[in-house]
Each structure stands twice: as structure tokens, then as C-alpha cells.
Design a protein around this ligand. Structure first.
Ligand code: AMP
Length: 540
């Protein structure tokens, strides 16, 4: 017997329609230079319709890729809806990729239109001669820049010329809606294609209390860029529930962010740890009223326990730790404590919150050993995390490296984890970042977290360095806080580490550096550090 419910396609069009009807005046705020530009769901929806009309006039057909090269803004949000809802595919480009990777990605995706923030035009103009498929450039402002390139349009002029009342097509829910390329991999980036259905279901999961807990009452500020896994899906989740959105534009310094949170009374925000470490350092020196902030979602890299503690104990601010991947739209796990865990002593609660947390509904997880057998959920045994669910990829886009990433229909994340009996996942390392010392595996993440708990340390990255007897040994690269640069000693750090780790785990050496190099999405770039310290002589 079959159920007798409607076969209702999960597409993004009704999501925008609903926000327009129910929350027309709800604000969408963008920081542009010193000013704040204010739009609303009514305006975003109306302008998305004109944009779709304009793109159709430029020759964009269903399935065509429309790339963006832009910071977080209301115009970017309009593109987030216009492109997928007209049946085309949104492709946000990572602004920080080196030119050769951008060229690869644009050509591989066969982008037809490229929409660019005015301030970023010079970078795009340089790429233009190498782009094989781009037919039109759209500059996201009032004017076109002076250029010798043909087919460059001003966004506002296109919208002004386009008719209102675009009729959105009826789409199959499995139609491609957007694509992002992975970052930080060796070799070319790999394409991940999201469908309307996967984005819709992911947005519904995001708003749940178990995940980001976003409602109409929230003021949400995505600090995570809109090119990093679609700002973690948050613009869609916020639109789904009608939350006010605050976009920081190109202004991402701790000073800008603190000012914006204070001025717009932001309640929830999300981004990678390096940003929040920066904000924490600012808050040590200057006072801001951040009392509106209910939750800071931190993911993309491990949130150090010391940071979680410092925010809560010194500033009364809550960090919620989450884990995910471009290949997972990105949400996988969130560290929200259960009712019984909330009753445990403070130290235990912080330890749990520093883990990456439980899988969210609809994401299944397992951890596998090197022989391909599932490891027990005992909180100790290491295994590679594998996942499956409706917003997890089943293949990379047109890439023959795909098969290696799957086992029996599960996606292999490449993250080494333990899972405890309560289902809390802890990321130990990327497979390639584990330090293999003798027969033991040493977690660089654990060492980093404890090092970053030292009051004089700003950042710490631990990498493996070749060793004649042990095969590999850990080397700690430490950035002291500005006030302690030059005075912090290795011995102080060893004293801090010794009571917390077996002797074998202690780094063989500690080097002081000015900054940990970052990847294009702001994570520690350990590959670069490994290259820099490949020939580092460890003390005997
Ligand atoms: P990306 O697709 O660029 O977002 O990178 C995904 C990878 O980032 C994951 O496979 C993890 O290695 C890492 N990652 C994401 N979130 C976390 C987290 N909360 N803790 C530790 N690593 C994380």
C-alpha cells in the first residue's frame, strides 16, 4: 500500500515566496564601506525576479552555470535565489583561490555568466583572457568599469531594464541548484553539485534546535563567506524562517564584526575559529555590548576548548561547535548537549562542547578502521568517519577521482575520529595530518587545542616532521599573543603540556612564528607549514 500524500517538489522557489508574503519588511542589511544598506525580503524577492528576467535575456538557459565572485551582500542573496529558481546553477567562487585554481574551476564548471563585486573587478579582468566559456560579466553595482572587455554589464542597469513579474518555472526537486568546489585539497579542487531538494532539506535541518536553532526572531550574521559551502546554507535557512540577515560585505576584521553585532543586535552568527580568536583578542582590550548574541556557531576547523571557555567565562557568550564539509552542504554534527549532559559538572560540559558533537537528523555516521571494519563507539578507537544522508554527495562533478571517496555507498570524509558511547564525534585529525610516531598515532588537533589554551598563545599548529627512528614526530608552530612575542619561552609551553599528555605525545620541538598560514577559507594551512619545516632539525 502506498501513502496518499502529494508528491510536492522541494524547490527553493516557494521558500522565497513565503518570506516575501509573510515577512516582506524583514530587513536584509549589508555593510558597504562605512554605511549600512537596508533591503527586505520583499525587495530581494522582487529584484530576484527582475534578475532572472535579465539573465534569461542574456541567454542563460536551464542548467547553465552563473558564477559569483562576491562578498556577503544583499545582491549576492538575490543571486542565491534568482539563479536556482530560474533553473540555472549558482556557482559562488572562492575569492581567495590563487588565479590558476580560479581559472581551472571556472572552466571546469563551464560558467556562462560571471557576476563580480565592483571592488573585485580588477582581479576578474586579469582572469578573463583564460576563461573559455564565460560570455557575460555582470558588475554588482550601478556602473560598468572602464574596460576593453566586451559584454560587461552593470547589475542595476540590467535590473532596471528587466520587466517585473518573472514567471518561475516548475522544477524537479533534483534539479541542480548550486555548486561549490572544495578547498584545501592537493590537486585541482573538486566540484560538488547541490540540488534544490538537498538545499531545502538541509535548510530545514539547520533551523532545528539540534542544529543552528534559527527562527524568525533571530538576527543572523553569516561571517562565513557565501562562497564557502553557500555560507553553510544559512541564507536559505534564514529565508525559510524569515530571520533578519546581516551581511558584513568585505568588512571582516574583529573591529567591524564587533561593531556590526552591537549595532544590528545580531543574535546568531557563524564562522571559522580563526575569526573568533581574533574577536576574542579584541574583546580583551575593548568593550562592546554584545549582549544580543545568543549563539556563535563555530565550525570549519576545530574550536579550541580554551576559546569556548574564554567566551563563556569572560564574556558570557555561547559557542556551539559544529562539523561539516563542502561535500555535505555542509552540516554533519553539532555539539549540543542533551538534557542529562547539561547537568554534569562544568569541566565535563566543556569537554563535550569541544567535541564536534552528535550527527544531526538525517545524517548517518560510522567510523571505519584501515581494514574497512567499523570501529566501536567507545570514545577511544580511531577510525575514518564515513557519512550518508540526503545532503551528502554521491559523486563529484565530472571528476574521475570520485570512486576513491566512497565505500559501500558511504562518503569517506578523510577525517579521523573517535565516537563516544553517546554518539559524540571528536575529530582527531585529517588522515593526512595525523602524526605517525612509531606504532602510535598522535593527534595534532589535541596538542593544538591545549597549546591554544595557554594564556600567552594566540594560535598553534602542530605538524609531523620526519624522524629517522620514529618515522614522524610532532613539531609545534606557535604564535604568541602580541604582548608576549619575544618573551614566551618553549619551557613555559612544555610545562603547560606535560601534565596533560603522555611523554611520547609531547612535540619534539616548538618554533615561534608570526602567524599560522591560512587556507582560502581561513583554516590553518598545515600543508604550507609542512613544506616550510620539511627539513627542520629536531633536537636530539
Ligand atoms: P571544507 O569542505 O573546506 O569546509 O573542509 C571540511 C573539513 O574541514 C572537514 O573534513 C574537517 O577536516 C574540517 N572541519 C570542519 N569542521 C571542523 C570542526 N568543527 N573541527 C575540526 N575539523 C573540522
Amino acid at each position: 500500500m502506498q501513502g496518499l500524500m502529494m508528491d510536492y517538489p522541494l524547490t527553493l522557489t516557494p521558500l522565497l515566496d513565503r518570506a516575501q508574503r509573510l515577512y516582506p519588511h524583514k530587513e536584509i542589511v549589508t555593510k558597504v564601506g562605512p554605511n549600512l544598506e537596508r533591503s527586505s525580503y520583499a525587495e530581494v524577492a522582487a529584484r530576484a525576479g527582475r534578475l532572472a528576467e535579465a539573465l534569461a535575456r542574456l541567454g542563460v538557459l536551464p542548467g547553465d552555470r552563473v558564477a559569483t565572485f562576491a562578498f556577503n551582500s544583499n545582491r549576492h542573496l538575490e543571486l542565491y535565489f534568482a539563479v536556482p529558481c530560474m533553473g540555472a546553477v549558482l556557482h559562488p567562487l572562492n575569492l581567495r583561490l590563487p588565479a590558476e585554481q580560479l581559472i581551472y574551476v571556472i572552466n571546469h564548471a563551464e560558467d556562462k555568466v560571471l557576476c563580480v563585486d565592483p571592488g573585485l573587478w580588477p582581479a576578474v579582468e586579469k582572469l578573463a583572457p583564460h576563461l573559455k566559456t564565460v560570455q557575460h560579466f555582470v558588475v554588482l553595482g550601478d556602473h560598468t568599469p572602464e574596460t576593453s572587455l566586451g559584454s560587461v554589464h552593470a547589475y542595476e542597469a540590467l535590473l532596471a531594464e528587466a520587466a517585473a513579474g518573472f514567471t518561475w518555472p516548475a522544477l524537479d526537486e533534483n534539479t541542480a541548484a548550486a555548486m561549490c568546489y572544495t578547498s584545501g585539497t592537493t590537486g585541482h579542487p573538486k566540484g560538488v553539485v547541490y540540488s534544490h531538494r538537498s538545499i531545502y532539506l538541509h535548510a530545514m535541518a539547520l533551523v532545528m534546535h539540534e542544529a543552528m536553532n534559527i527562527s524568525e526572531r533571530d538576527v543572523f550574521m553569516p561571517v562565513v563567506p557565501m562562497f564557502h559551502v553557500l555560507a553553510w546554507g544559512t541564507p536559505y535557512a534564514c529565508t525559510l524562517v524569515g530571520a533578519k540577515q546581516v551581511f558584513p560585505g568585505a568588512h571582516l576584521t574583529p573591529l567591524d564584526l564587533a561593531g556590526l553585532i552591537q549595532a544590528e543586535r545580531v543574535t546568531v552568527t557563524a564562522g571559522v575559529p580563526s575569526l573568533w580568536l581574533g574577536l576574542l583578542a579584541l574583546l580583551e582590550k575593548e568593550r562592546y555590548d554584545l549582549s544580543s548574541l545568543r549563539d556563535m556557531i563555530v565550525g570549519g576547523a576545530a574550536a579550541p576548548r580554551a576559546m569556548i571557555e574564554a567566551y563563556e567565562q569572560k564574556h558570557g557568550l555561547n559557542i556551539t561547535h559544529a562539523w561539516g564539509m563542502t561535500e555535505m552542504s555542509p552540516l554533519g554534527t553539532v555539539s549540543r548537549l542533551t538534557s542529562s549532559q547539561l547537568e554534569r559538572p562544568e569541566a565535563e560540559r566543556f569537554a563535550l562542547r569541544a567535541k564536534q558533537g552528535k550527527s544531526v537528523p538525517l545524517v548517518e555516521i560510522r567510523a571505519m578502521d584501515e581494514m574497512g571494519r567499523e570501529v566501536p563507539w567507545d570514545g577511544q578507537t580511531y577510525g575514518e568517519l564515513q557519512v550518508r544522508g540526503p545532503w551528502v554527495i554521491r559523486s563529484y562533478y565530472s571528476d574521475d577521482r570520485s570512486p576513491a571517496s566512497f565505500q559501500e555507498g558511504w562518503f569517506r570524509t578523510g577525517d579521523v575520529v573517535t565516537i563516544d558511547p553517546e554518539g559524540f564525534v571528536q575529530i582527531v585529525d585529517r588522515t593526512k595530518d595525523l602524526v605517525k610516531s612509531g606504532g602510535e598515532w598522535i593527534s595534532s588537533v589535541e596538542l593544538e587545542n591545549v597549546l591554544m589554551g595557554h594564556p600567552k598563545v594566540l594560535e598553534a599548529a602542530v605538524i609531523a616532521v620526519a624522524h629517522p627512528i620514529w618515522q614522524e614526530r610532532p613539531l609545534a608552530c606557535v604564535v604568541p599573543k602580541p604582548d608576549y612575542a619575544g618573551s614566551l619561552t618553549k619551557e613555559e609551553l612544555y610545562e603547560h603540556l606535560r601534565p596533560r599528555f603522555p611523554k611520547l605525545y609531547l612535540p619534539d620541538d616548538i618554533v615561534f612564528i608570526e602567524a599560522v598560514p591560512k587556507t582560502s577559507v581561513g583554516k590553518f594551512n598545515k600543508r604550507l607549514l609542512r613544506e616550510q619545516y620539511r627539513d627542520h632539525q629536531l633536537p636530539a
